[in-house]
Every structure is written in structure tokens, then in C-alpha cells.
Design a protein around this ligand. Structure first.
Ligand code: C2O
Ligand code: CU
Length: 558
């Protein structure tokens, strides 16, 4: 029997299910509600929503500091963390014993050195699949290598997946922070077990601030809140679980790779379903999707229940992965894929005394294909904002000050074009065996060598049925356009574009280091390889995909 694709397999498997016509917004969320009993991790506790305050992440203090540089120590260790007040403490892996790790917060041009210390136990928190690249014996189960996502830094400090080190060892990395102010983040990147290490807790914020941002006098102090969005599975006894699923929702035995991991609880700054008391004034939220595989389609909702017709509260996006946009963009919904960040302004002054829910109606896997195929538990509401009646101090900034224009990269100056075809290999049941870029494994010889300072166009051609957030190390790039292509022709070896070339939406037209390519679509980005020579990687930021084997190296040379 020839391999079937997932859509054919699933539609035949699901043909018998009933089908109701629903309004668009509800059709995205209704099927998983109906299927909740089949959801993975069905033996997970029911947790009361909005009873715990949102944790405010602490900043890490340097252990040494001079005018132009600071040195930090970041220790990775097993520790306990309380995800919810009605759960017992959970065993996790933390940086500095925290989940998420403490934030690094520095000014542009201030050099940072971090001594990353692995003090984890010798046994992994989760079962390791020994068939995945880099995780095969005799590789030790517990290996770590930290990476600052979005950082323009030397290859030796970038945290290449194979540069892992074991418990008892450390690495000293240097980050020059010469780039624009931006919401970056750090997370583990060890070859073949990134999905497990990050799920266990190894991630945190890394903020760079610059003069341009200061001039805007954005909300700061208690009114500037980094917000890490994740999903997790937690057992009734408080155990953190890593149970990936197949595309049809089938759970995999422990220690077997699966194409997606979805948690049944939203975890924001380490808390399940938290709430935040806010004043009726302007706030800045720096959002990061640090989930393994879950996309979020976010909105602020005044409706009392997530199944009521939503009543949207608009907000403004002022920055993307690589820092501020050229002007604020007003939105009611925001798609945030794993790895992506969004810098937001939310004005609560019009909603004094009201309660707003941060809602999400992204399908999992995203974007989903039709009614019955959504298998993961829906996370319809993530957290609550409770707005007080009067502010302690009104914020009178910031939008009077102009944003600086963004340099537009000119595609006419690109000296090379590269195509990357994304293919998911399936078994005869339509289940994933892994995803590849141009049919290559990570360990295959380097095929992308770029010239330092040169501009290139890279095009990702997605033949799979999932969206993939594509991420490049070292650089911030610009999205040029997206376009469909004819899949039948592509199977015959011809790339036939379909439809027009769609430029990025305004909120995506700034600097990015991670961008989504939808199924049946091509994503073309413009990249200038600046700063350093040496080896780097690019990959899908769904960590299950990255680990098996949707990652490739590239080399920058003089
Ligand atoms: Cu956020 Cu290569 O990673
Ligand atoms: Cu992917």
C-alpha cells in the first residue's frame, strides 16, 4: 500500500463522524470540545481557573559588573515548582531553580558573559528516544547546551546543538548585544533532546534595550510584563509528563518520538490559568510562545465564557522578534507560533472595572485540516486580566513620540537564492516518521555556505500538512512574501506557483528570526548574514520537528 497522506487517512477515518455547520470562530473550537474525552492526557486533573496570580519573572543579577560588561552565572538544576495552588510541587528542571528561568535584561552594547552550569542529575526527567539523531548511545541521557534565540553572536557562543555538555560541566558564552533592542529568549538546544529539555523547564527571557525604545517612554517597571506562553501536561499527583502524540491523536509509548507535543494546561510565566490585576492604564506585554509545538491565536475577550460570542478588545503590536516595528499596529487577534515574540501595548483604561480573558482559538496541530482532525485539548482561555476601577498613575506616553523607520532590505541586491522543500515522511498508516529539509538529515554534509555581509533570498516550500515556524540563528531577517503552489505538479517535480505573492502583514514587516510557512505555501525571506563567520543552524521551532530532523547547518564565511 503506498503511503497515504494525513488528510486522506484522517478523512476516511473520520468520515463517519457527524458534521454540523458552525460559525467560523466556533467551528475552530467546537470539535475538540466534543472530543475532549479522547484527548491525550485524559487522566489529568481539573484545575480551577484564575485562582493564582500571574508570576512576575525576576531579573537575574550579575555576579560581576563593569561599565561595559556584566558576568552572570546560570545554573541548571532539578528543582520543584508549583504550577497551580491546588497541585503539589512538581519536579522540573530550572535555570537558577526557577520555571521559567530569570530574565537577563541589558542595554544595547553592554557585553554579557554567562557561565552556564549544568548541575542536573544523571537521569533525565523524561524518557529519551534513543533513535533520534544525537540521542543514540553512547550519548549520555542528560546533556545541555543553552542558546540565546535571536542573538547575533559568535558561533562558539551560539549553543550549537552538538556543543552539549553534561552534569558537572559548564560553558562560558559571550553575547556582545550590539543588535537592536529586542525581546530575545534563551533555551536549551541539545541535539536530539531539545524538546525534552525545554519541556522540563529550560527557557527564559533575554531582553536588550536601546535608545530608540527609551525615547518612546513605553510603560515600564510594574507596567512592563514579559509573558511566556506554554502548554504542559501535569498528572493529578503533580508530575510533569511528556507524552507526544501522533497526528491522529494516538499517544505514543514513553521514549518514542512523536511529531507533536500538546499540553492540556496553559502555563503562563510558570502558572496554570493565572490572573493578573491591572490598573486602567497602558501596559506593555512582551509575549513569547515558548511551547514545544502549540500555536496560539490570541485575542482579548470581554465575554464571560469562552463559548460565548467573543467581544474583542483591540490592542497594539509595537514590536516583533527583532525589536520595534516602524509604527504600532492595531490588532484584535494575534498569531504566535513557537519561538515567536510580540511586543504589545494594551490599554485597559477603557475597560476599568471589567474582566478580560486572554483567549486562544488556534487549532492544535495548526492550522488543522477540517472538523474532526483536531485532536489536542483546546486551550480556549489562558489567563484573566482583572481591571481595577481607577489607576494609581495614568500613563501619558508614549505614542506621541514617533517610531523610527525600519531599514528595508532590497531584494534586488540579493546575490543568491535558495529553496528548501519541507517534507514529512509517513508510514503506511499516515503517521509521521519525521520531517526533513530538502530530504537531508541534520548530520548530512553542510550544503549552505553563505558570504559574510551578503544578502540572500531563502524560500521554504511546505509540502506537509502542518504549519512550521522557520528559525535562523545569527540573523534577523525580513519576510518578503508568501505564495501558494500546486502540490500535484510539485509531486511531479515542477514548482508551479499559485495565486499572487502576498507581502507580510504590517506586524510581520519588521525584523523577524522566526516566521511561519503554512501548508501548501512558500515563504520567501530576505536575509543579510552579518556579524560573524562560522557554523550556525536553521530549523523548525516546533521542537519535535527540530529534533527529528527538521534542522540543517549553515556556514558563514568571509
Ligand atoms: Cu529558539 Cu535554534 O532556537
Ligand atoms: Cu515543523
Amino acid at each position: 500500500m503506498p503511503p497515504v497522506n494525513r488528510r486522506e487517512f484522517l478523512s476516511s477515518a473520520l468520515a463517519a463522524k457527524s458534521y454540523r455547520v458552525l460559525p467560523h470562530w466556533l467551528s475552530q473550537i467546537a470539535p475538540p470540545l466534543a472530543q475532549a474525552s479522547h484527548a491525550p492526557g485524559g487522566n489529568q486533573p481539573t484545575l480551577e481557573r484564575f485562582v493564582d496570580p500571574l508570576p512576575i519573572l525576576e531579573r537575574l543579577e550579575p555576579i560581576a559588573r563593569s561599565k561595559n560588561s556584566s558576568r552572570y552565572r546560570m545554573t541548571m538544576a532539578e528543582c520543584t515548582h508549583r504550577f497551580h495552588s491546588s497541585l503539589p510541587p512538581t519536579r522540573v528542571w530550572g535555570y537558577e531553580n526557577r520555571f521559567p528561568g530569570p530574565s537577563i535584561d541589558v542595554d544595547q552594547g553592554h557585553q554579557v558573559q554567562i557561565e552556564w552550569r549544568n548541575r542536573l542529575p544523571l537521569r533525565h526527567l523524561f524518557a529519551v528516544d534513543p533513535h533520534i539523531h544525537g540521542a543514540m548511545p553512547p550519548a549520555p541521557a542528560v546533556r545541555t547546551v543553552p542558546h540565546v534565540h535571536g542573538s547575533n553572536t559568535d558561533s562558539a557562543s551560539d549553543g550549537l546543538p552538538e556543543m552539549w555538555f553534561v552534569p558537572g560541566e559548564s560553558a562560558l558564552y559571550t553575547y556582545p548585544n550590539r543588535q537592536r533592542g529586542a525581546t530575545l529568549w534563551y533555551h536549551d538546544h541539545a541535539l536530539g533532546i531539545t524538546r525534552l529539555n525545554v519541556c522540563a523547564g529550560l527557557s527564559g527571557f533575554y531582553l536588550i534595550r536601546d535608545v530608540q525604545e527609551r525615547r518612546l517612554e513605553l510603560p515600564d517597571g510594574p507596567y512592563e510584563i514579559p509573558l511566556m506562553l506554554q502548554d504542559r501536561q501535569i498528572s493529578p499527583s503533580g508530575e510533569l509528563l511528556y507524552k507526544p502524540t501522533h497526528d491522529d491523536g494516538l499517544e505514543l509509548p514513553p521514549g518514542v518520538w512523536g511529531p507533536e507535543f500538546f499540553g492540556s494546561f496553559p502555563v503562563l510565566n510558570g502558572a496554570v490559568y493565572p490572573y493578573l490585576e491591572v490598573e486602567p492604564r497602558l501596559y506593555r506585554f512582551r509575549l513569547l510562545n515558548a511551547s514545544n509545538a502549540r500555536f496560539f491565536q490570541l485575542y482579548l475577550n470581554l465575554a464571560a465564557s469562552p463559548t460565548d460570542v467573543p467581544s474583542y478588545v483591540p490592542f497594539q503590536q509595537i514590536g516583533s522578534d527583532g525589536g520595534l516595528l516602524s509604527r504600532p499596529v492595531t490588532l484584535t487577534r494575534l498569531l504566535l507560533a513557537p519561538g515567536e515574540r510580540a511586543d504589545l501595548l494594551i490599554d485597559f483604561s477603557a475597560t476599568a472595572g471589567k474582566t478580560i480573558t486572554l483567549g486562544n482559538d488556534a487549532a492544535a496541530p495548526y492550522p488543522g485540516w477540517g472538523m474532526g482532525s483536531l485532536h489536542a485539548p483546546p486551550l480556549l482561555d489562558l489567563m484573566q486580566f482583572r481591571c481595577a476601577h481607577s489607576p494609581s498613575k495614568v500613563h501619558t506616553g508614549p505614542l506621541s513620540a514617533p517610531f523610527a523607520p525600519i531599514e528595508r532590505l532590497d531584494p534586488a541586491l540579493a546575490t543568491k537564492h535558495r529553496d528548501f522543500v519541507i517534507i514529512e515522511r509517513m508510514d503506511e498508516k499516515g503517521r509521521s516518521l519525521g520531517v526533513r529539509i530538502n530530504g537531508k538529515d541534520y548530520s548530512d554534509p553542510v550544503t549552505e555556505t553563505v558570504k559574510l555581509g551578503s544578502l540572500e533570498t531563502w524560500r521554504f516550500i511546505n509540502t506537509t500538512e502542518d504549519a512550521h515556524p522557520m528559525h535562523l540563528h545569527l540573523v534577523q531577517f525580513q519576510v518578503l512574501y508568501r505564495q501558494g503552489f500546486n502540490p500535484e505538479e510539485h509531486r511531479k517535480g515542477n514548482l508551479v506557483p499559485v495565486g499572487s505573492q502576498r507581502p507580510p502583514a504590517e506586524q510581520e514587516a519588521g525584523w523577524k528570526d522566526t516566521a511561519v510557512v503554512l501548508p501548501g505555501e512558500m515563504l520567501t525571506i530576505l536575509v543579510r548574514f552579518e556579524g560573524y563567520t562560522g557554523q550556525y543552524v536553521f530549523h523548525c521551532h516546533m521542537l519535535e520537528h527540530e529534533d527529528n530532523d527538521m534542522m540543517r547547518p549553515f556556514i558563514v564565511e568571509r
